[in-house]
Design a protein around this ligand. Structure first.
Ligand code: GLP
Length: 241
């Protein structure tokens, strides 16, 4: 694990965006893994600016997102497909047919998980996977107790994660308790992994991921086993290291 500690969230976004821009400029048809949540938003804004400045093109890029709420269609404002369209895809030159998000509206979610894995393999595997981290150490929606070699599957969300993400839903709005998420094994198969974390409220999770034991109780600790994992954090998220 390479740990990069920067001053603030803006520097974290800039550093992370540079890794993705370098990857795409080195290999135009890169396969990139993308994440949702509030943390990667600034990175996506940075990539949009680079695209507008002619510094990077997504024309030949393929993307796979980590996860999706089960029970939401892609046009639901809280779905991760909707989020990706709004935060990145609608603002860059990516071919939307080459952007993949697990299907939250799958009629058969079990077979949809297997199909998602097959699509990643058919695309040649993921060159660089972007990750955030939940306060309980989850990556994607791999909640504590997730198998460290797990593949894409349906996962129940913990109460803590549901509560953390409730801020995105209106008070009377249906909030799913299930997701489809790449497994920890799927994530570890990526050739490079870049995890971003910012803010004091991530300090405990970052400490457990970096200094704690390798354990399913902290799914992000599995990144200790990855040969090319870069953890990019600000001083607040690093405050318990
Ligand atoms: C969700 C996503 C994760 C993300 C996490 C943290 O649970 N499934 O991929 O890392 O939120 O989000 P935030 O960056 O908003 O703290």
């Amino acid at each position: 694990m390479q740990i990069v500690i920067l001053k603030d969230a803006a520097e974290v976004a800039q550093y992370g965006a540079q890794i993705f821009a370098d990857q795409i400029n080195k290999k135009a048809d890169s396969v990139i893994g993308l994440a949702t949540g509030s943390t990667p938003v600034a990175l996506y804004q940075n990539l949009i600016s680079r695209k507008e400045a002619g510094e990077v093109s997504f024309a030949h890029v393929t993307s796979f997102n980590l996860d999706e709420y089960l029970g939401l269609t892609g046009d639901h404002p809280q779905s991760y497909r909707f989020f990706m369209n709004e935060q990145l895809f609608d603002h860059v030159d990516i071919n939307k047919a080459n952007t993949f998000v697990p299907p939250g509206d799958a009629k058969n979610p079990i077979s949809a998980c297997k199909e998602y894995e097959d699509k990643i393999v058919a695309a040649g595997g993921i060159d660089v996977q972007l990750l955030g981290i939940g306060r309980n150490g989850h990556i994607g929606f791999n909640e504590p107790s997730s198998g460290l070699t797990s593949r894409t599957r349906v996962k129940t969300l913990t109460k803590e994660t549901i509560d953390d993400n409730a801020r995105f839903f209106a008070a009377d709005e249906y909030q799913p308790h299930l997701s489809i998420t790449m497994g920890i094994g799927t994530i570890l198969d990526s050739r490079k992994v870049v995890l971003l974390a910012t803010g004091e409220n991530k300090a405990d999770a970052v400490q457990a991921m970096v200094e704690g034991p390798l354990t399913a109780s902290c799914p992000a600790s599995a990144l200790q086993m990855h040969k090319h994992a870069v953890i990019v954090i600000d001083e607040a998220a690093a405050s318990k290291l």
